[in-house]
Design a protein around this ligand. Structure first.
Ligand code: TXA
Ligand code: MG
Length: 342
């Protein structure tokens, strides 16, 4: 049974109790809903992998509330093992972007079970900026390991209903904090790469924002072999974030409208994600005109159209300044569209 609770002081206390006893609690963050367990308890963390049917080589993000203390960064990451320059940059990033949608990959302390980090010597850490997430970590008095609260490979959840649709019955508790505001996951930035800070996953903090904070990023790189990828950028599967329907990407709304007509003429059941509600197609889902609203609604749109039973979803790639939020949106769109034939 999964208990679904509205956000209140009592539900935070009950959820913290569940975390402390090694249970699983789904909760909202500013990016997407997370599926949380005590990050220092290997048995609890193992239950996350089981509930999500997640591959054991895909490490979890650990959520902290402060720099020190029982649920603090210093408890899970050993900054003294960073080289001097990376240590200075890490301090600057934390100052500038925490709490917020930036995850830092840092040297792992032995207190974090190796399972949480999929056997790596590093740990991914973030300090979320959502009142429910913050209250839950504080009340649990332990760092909380939390991947997105969806079944492995599926679209991430941005509402409590999305979580129930994927994981209902598989988790102990769910705190409903309404729809998340950012809508795409955090940016994952490695601080342990010899080439300098390296974006492993674009997300809520943009490349332009990192550069504006004086961070010189390592050039993005594709890892040559699967072994190299597993070591440096684990979990970055081509076919992630996927709806059941096939997702087809086009350049703009006009092209989407044309493509929908073509596919319909062939007898396919088609749904469309649009920036503006200027078409009569049904089913359709409107993402809005700004990159922020596209990011916020994208996963809801993919899930809503999937629920109508269409075979194909057509959507335009995001168009925006280099280094902006369009990078994260297009990363998710291309992963979601990579499903057919994988
Ligand atoms: O916004 C978010 O980051 C959300 C919310 C819940 O905080 N969480 C999230 O977690 O997206 P998840 O599990 O779906 O993504 C975790 C990803 C892994 O797939 C991997 O790419 C990266 O973070 N990661 C975690 N630990 C890592 C490590 N030690 N080294 C490199 N990458 C790591
Ligand atoms: Mg995920």
């Amino acid at each position: 049974m999964t208990t679904r609770l509205p956000h209140s002081d009592a539900s935070i206390a009950a959820a913290a109790d569940t975390i402390k006893r090694g249970g699983l609690v789904a909760f909202p963050t500013e990016t997407v809903y997370g599926l949380g367990a005590d990050a220092l308890n290997a048995t609890a963390a193992a239950r996350i992998f089981e509930a999500k049917q997640r591959a054991l080589n895909d490490p979890l993000i650990v959520h902290v509330i402060a720099k020190s203390g029982p649920a603090g960064l210093a408890h899970v990451a050993d900054l003294s093992r960073l080289d001097a320059n990376a240590r200075v940059l890490t301090a600057r990033l934390i100052e500038r972007f925490w709490p917020g949608p930036l995850t830092l990959v840092l040297p792992r302390r032995p207190a974090v079970p190796s399972l949480v980090s999929a056997g790596l010597d590093s740990v991914a850490v973030r300090m979320p900026n959502h009142p429910v997430a913050r209250a839950l970590i504080a009340a649990s008095a332990t760092p909380i390991a939390a991947p997105s609260a969806n079944l492995f490979g599926h679209v991430s959840p941005t509402t409590a209903q999305h979580v129930l649709d994927d994981l209902g019955g598989r988790i102990d508790m769910l705190i409903d904090g309404g729809a998340t505001t950012i809508g795409v996951e955090s940016t994952v930035l490695s601080m342990i790469d010899p080439a300098g800070p390296l974006i492993l996953r674009p997300g809520g903090v943009t490349r332009a924002q990192l550069e504006a904070a004086g961070i010189t990023l390592a050039p993005s790189r594709s890892f040559a072999t699967d072994a190299e990828k597993a070591l440096h950028a684990p979990g970055m599967l081509a076919s992630h974030y996927a709806p059941r329907a096939h997702l087809e990407l086009v350049d703009d709304d006009a092209a989407a409208t044309e493509r929908v007509a073509e596919l319909r003429a062939r007898g396919e059941r088609v749904g469309v994600l649009l920036r503006d509600d200027n078409a009569a197609h049904s089913p359709r889902f409107v993402l809005g005109a700004t990159l922020e609203s596209v990011a916020q609604r994208l996963y809801s749109g993919l899930r809503a159209l999937d629920d109508t039973g269409v075979d194909v979803i057509v959507c335009a790639r995001a168009d925006g300044p280099a280094g902006g939020l369009a990078e994260a949106i297009n990363d998710r769109l291309s992963r979601a569209s990579a499903k057919r034939g994988v």
